[in-house]
Design a protein. Sequence first.
Length: 414
Amino acid sequence: MKLGLIGHPLGHSWSPEIHAFMIHEAYQKWDLKEEEFVSFMQKRDFDGINVTIPYKEKIIPYLDELDPSAKAVGAVNCIVNQNGRLKGYNTDALGFAQMLAADHFEVKGKRTALLGTGGASKAAEYALQQMGARVQKVSRRQKPGCIDYEQLYQKEKEFQCIVNATPVGMSPHMDECPIDLTAFTKLETVIDIVANPLRTKLMFTAKMMGIPYIGGFEMLVRQAFAADELFTEKNLDPSLVQACMNALFQKKRNLVLIGMPTSGKSTLAGILSQMTHRRVIEMDDEIVQKIGMPIKDYFALKGEPEFRRIEQSTAEDLQNEQGCIISCGGGIVVSQAAMQMLSANGLIVWIQRDLDHLFASDSRPLTGDEEYMKTLYQKREPLYQKYSDVTVKNNTSLEEAAHQILRAAGEEEI
């Protein structure tokens, strides 16, 4: 079968890996500029394609038939070539709805601000309305039925749910965010359909605010599953969805270990590397390469603020890493910006060790004596708790702690 994805640009796409996992077929990426898109569609030289930005609406005139869901949505993300006739479908809406249902996100009756007006937004709007949400579209430009962002902020108390259906925050522009989430005081749910990175800045902000959130990675996998059933004309095993997500998490997501000095992060990183064949990145080693001296000497020479600046820039260097184990210095949690970068493609694991199991070290600049360690522990514990996705106790067996981490990451059977 000749399958693939069309859009522009496509550098960020994980679709080939997802479809290869689902149906074991080659799946290409056709990065098409406008004039190339027209020629491609006229030739019809494919068996099935998925469609992404900016062609989900522009492609409709080239099709012979629309599935009822695609017609209702007004956008197409999946096309099947049926003996020369092109039929368009929308599996985005299905993937979006299935994601919310599977993860128990309730939107019925909720006043929902839907950011964006493109093809992805239309699919989300259709699904939200089917699920009983009260949707208000938001656009940068004046459009019928939409409010602008200034009006959104003015009406912030009206909204319990925000859905980002724009590409803002997508890799490589991971420092961008479509709105200032902190301006909203009544939010109960945040949904971001961006799939890469796994956790956008919008999602990270929701986590910091204690608001339940979900990202577009699961939607991406679920819509691909639905598309593959159309491409193959087969009912696929539904368990493929979770299996695919777990496989991609193992390949794409970093395990980021945080915790007090001497809590066992580096040792656990080594054990996890042996168990999973992942590469280990020691942040302190990366920093030493930058500064050209031991960290303790740099602290004495430049002070902690300058060290934290270097540490944050190192976190920025690492935010595009995938499938690694990153062992962080004990004070990384002092910088929210650094933690946001590491969280983008990372599962943050707090290696928690009781105070009486920690010890002072001459090589570490902020450990000092036992009393100082106690003060430092009390200061940092709320930060470790704030940023972590998973907490693992490391007071006894290192091997058991490593297994706990993998179970929490969905990479090992419970």
